[in-house]
Design a protein around this ligand. Structure first.
Ligand code: ADP
Ligand code: MG
Length: 249
């Protein structure tokens, strides 16, 4: 059955507030992401997009409100937190691969150490994942020997190796040379088509139009708009969104 059709939420933020000192960086943010849904988050620099991603993974504590993942309120610490964190894959702007490990080792490390998979099984699955992102032939190389686009695809494979229930992407193509953006977006689009639940911070409006179920526009820590992509791009309601779109489109 199509999970999106059931509307069953996987990630739910309810009145989340976060301050950095005097700065109200998440201002009463409520958001529900359904299973299999792809939500693109856009907004000006400093609007709180990265913080939103990091709070979903509890890399950042929140001051008030609740975050629920797969029906469970996110614990603040301990084993339960580690488990929840392993269920949410995260891909950052910088590829964050282990420089002194091969691409395949980067992908198998988490499954073997955290998920206690047998090395041979992890290897086999890792190679299949590298094949899925189109870099199986790079498995024995070190990160520095790969292009930026290949490294970011390796980072996606590494996150997928943990068999996450959701994937968070924070500007995954912003650090790439322009000619490599497409190959990473293609991998993300294919993941979306396969039904992965995704929250994607990006300035790639083509991806937002074609792969997202919803677009969320943030400004000053507030969730200002939440709409279907076609509706958002054709008819942004707020002045902030109109102004933002006029600058990037
Ligand atoms: P975005 O990803 O939309 O550019 P961020 O979530 O990175 O925005 O940041 C939102 C605001 O919070 C910015 O004003 C930023 O300077 C501030 N900020 C982010 N991280 C920290 C931190 N660790 N300490 C203090 N301020 C921070
Ligand atoms: Mg950011």
């Amino acid at each position: 059955m199509d999970d999106v059709a059931t509307g069953e939420p996987l990630i739910v933020l309810d009145s989340v507030n976060k301050w950095f000192g005097p700065l109200h960086v998440l201002d009463d943010v409520s958001l529900s992401v359904g299973r299999g849904e792809v939500v693109v988050v856009i907004g000006p620099s400093g609007s709180g997009k990265s913080t939103l991603c990091r709070t979903i993974n509890r890399l950042e504590p929140i001051n008030s409100g609740t975050i629920t993942f797969d029906g469970q309120e996110l614990p603040a610490e301990g084993k339960a937190l580690a488990k929840l964190r392993s269920e949410v894959g995260m891909v950052f702007q910088s590829f964050n691969l282990f420089a002194h490990k091969t691409i395949l080792e980067n992908v198998t490390l988490g499954p073997v150490k955290v998920r206690r998979e047998k090395p041979a099984a992890a290897r086999e699955r890792g190679l299949a994942l590298l094949d899925r992102v189109g870099i199986a032939n790079q498995a024995g190389k070190f990160p520095a020997q790969l292009s930026g686009g290949q490294q970011q695809r390796a980072a996606i494979a590494r996150a997928l190796a943990m068999q996450p229930k959701a994937m968070l992407f924070d500007e995954p193509t912003s650090a790439l040379d322009p000619e490599m953006v497409g190959e990473v977006l293609d991998v993300m689009t294919s993941l979306a088509r396969d039904g992965m639940t995704m929250v994607v911070v990006t300035h790639e409006m083509g991806f937002a139009r074609h792969a997202a179920n919803r677009v969320i526009f943030m400004a000053d820590g507030k969730l200002v708009e939440d709409a279907a992509p076609a509706e958002f791009f054709a008819n942004p309601r707020s002045e902030r969104a109109k102004d933002f779109l006029s600058k990037i489109l």
